[in-house]
Design a protein around this ligand. Structure first.
Ligand SMILES: [Zn+2]
Ligand SMILES: [Zn+2]
Length: 460
């Protein structure tokens, strides 16, 4: 392969300071040394589905490393031939064709195929759009650099299995300033290949949103510094326009909150979330006590969002749609509510988690799904309980108000969402219907309210 022929040298990215990598199997078959093996974005041989080898097992140096000698290499093309320290003519005699190779994974080979395409100057699909080979290679290299820096932060090994293997390499390279992965990537081909492949999986996402969501767990590893995490990230790589866009989107408050709720490490140490004990909407009292001022949104939205966030603390719930469904709401209500709150949070993710947990501690413990089911069931039964309540506490109320009474129980006992009251019988409520319900709700005195709540627990 004549990779690199179509792109100028600078656009091809990292180049080794000395020597070259090899594919022992290709060398055995053809005896030819491929120029592309010198490029460090080449990590695998697609013909043999194996990783390249970067160092001779005998002399422990890169192949064709001439830095200690002015003498020309002599002998067979498939012998190492690196000059050995002492005598002027002593050369490493290792037979390169016998070096065992490691298999490259399908992901690594797919990434290598995209890199090979880009190196010929052809376009590659990134974030759903065709981009020029040079631009793709620049984005890939700078994103890989960023991931390499993030991978050695605490927690990095939870995101990629190669992060653990990177640590010794990072330690070996650490001077006062730490490893400069942007100048020189890791030497072992398997590490370079794995990091490139992880970065490429982000660029291969179908759109910016998907890619940013993949990147959020990584950008959360950036340590807190005076310049802020964005400054830390920008100090460690070249922020191409694509990379800036991805990193900003990955750090968007709503993505960070989702990530926090889904993965927060304190989860195991705290009380596990019992989904049936979470009402669809956090009651007004707990909102007033714990949630006021956390979001620049109306009370109704914040109370619903708090419930969704609590559901999301459950390990099986990893989307707003799933959170809504777990609480008996249509999935669309979850995504809509989360969108409404996506850019209005006024407190940190941790402070919000603390507040919703405190609110939940004060919510009356009950199986809210069972309470919802009970009210739904009542819709189909006689309304003797209602007539009794009217006779004792509110003489003169028309029997058709039973639907308002059911909705009241739905909202004030089940703490369920007004829009979903079974009394609406699946229809969208009109403004008029809501106004009539609100009127009923406002007309109740304390005694009527407590007995209406109590009536739910009596036989229908
Ligand atoms: Zn090969
Ligand atoms: Zn050697």
């Amino acid at each position: 392969m004549k990779a690199g022929a179509a792109l100028p040298v600078a656009a091809r990215g990292w180049a080794p300071a000395h020597g070259t990598q090899i594919c022992p199997d290709c060398l055995a078959e053809t005896g030819a040394w491929q120029t592309s093996w010198r490029l460090l974005v080449i990590t695998a041989c697609r013909r043999d589905s194996c990783l390249l080898v970067s160092r001779c097992p005998s002399c422990k140096r890169p192949f064709r490393d001439q830095r200690h000698s002015h003498l020309r290499r002599v002998g067979a093309a498939t012998l190492c031939g690196n000059p050995l320290g002492a005598g002027p003519t002593r050369q490493c005699q290792h037979d390169l064709t016998t070096i065992p190779t490691a298999k490259a994974t399908d992901e690594i080979l797919a990434t290598q195929a995209r890199i090979d395409t880009a190196l010929t100057g052809r376009s590659v699909t990134a974030l759903g759009q065709p981009v020029g080979g040079a631009a793709y290679l620049a984005d890939l290299r700078h994103l890989t650099t960023l991931l390499l820096h993030l991978a050695t932060q605490p927690g990095g090994e939870q995101l990629a299995d190669w992060a653990g293997d990177l640590r010794p390499e990072a330690r070996r390279r650490t001077g006062d300033r730490g490893p400069r992965w942007g100048m020189r990537p890791p030497d072992p081909p398997v590490l370079r290949a794995s990091a490139l492949s992880t970065a490429d999986s982000v660029l291969a996402a179908p759109d910016v949103n998907t890619a940013a969501a993949m990147l959020t767990p990584w950008t959360e590893l950036a340590p807190p510094t005076n310049d802020g995490p964005l400054g830390w990230l920008a100090d460690r790589t070249v922020m191409t326009p694509t990379l800036s866009r991805l990193v900003l989107s990955a750090r968007a408050p709503h993505r960070r909150l989702s990530h926090h709720l889904d993965t927060h490490p304190t989860r195991g140490a705290r009380m596990p979330i019992n989904l049936v004990a979470v009402p669809q909407v956090i009651p007004h009292q707990q909102y007033a006590d714990h949630l006021v001022g956390a979001f620049d949104n109306g009370e109704e939205v914040v109370r619903q969002f708090a419930s969704l966030c609590l559901a999301r603390l459950h390990p099986d719930i990893t989307s707003w749609a799933a959170a809504a469904q777990a609480l008996g709401m249509p999935s669309l209500m979850g995504t809509r509510c989360a969108r409404a709150c996506s850019a209005t949070r006024l407190v940190t993710t941790q402070a919000w988690e603390d507040r919703i947990r405190a609110a939940m501690n004060d919510v009356r413990p009950r199986n809210y799904r069972a309470t919802e089911a009970k009210i739904e069931h009542r819709l189909h039964l006689t309304s003797r309980w209602f007539q009794e309540w009217v006779r004792h506490y509110r003489p003169g109320t028309h029997y058709t108000s039973v639907s308002h009474a059911l909705t009241w129980q739905w909202v004030h006992v089940a703490h369920a969402h007004l829009d979903l009251s079974p009394a609406w019988q699946g229809h969208r409520t009109s403004a008029k219907e809501r106004a009539r319900y609100r009127q009923f709700e406002a007309s109740l005195d304390e005694r009527q309210r407590s007995n209406l709540a109590y009536a739910l627990h009596k036989r229908a």
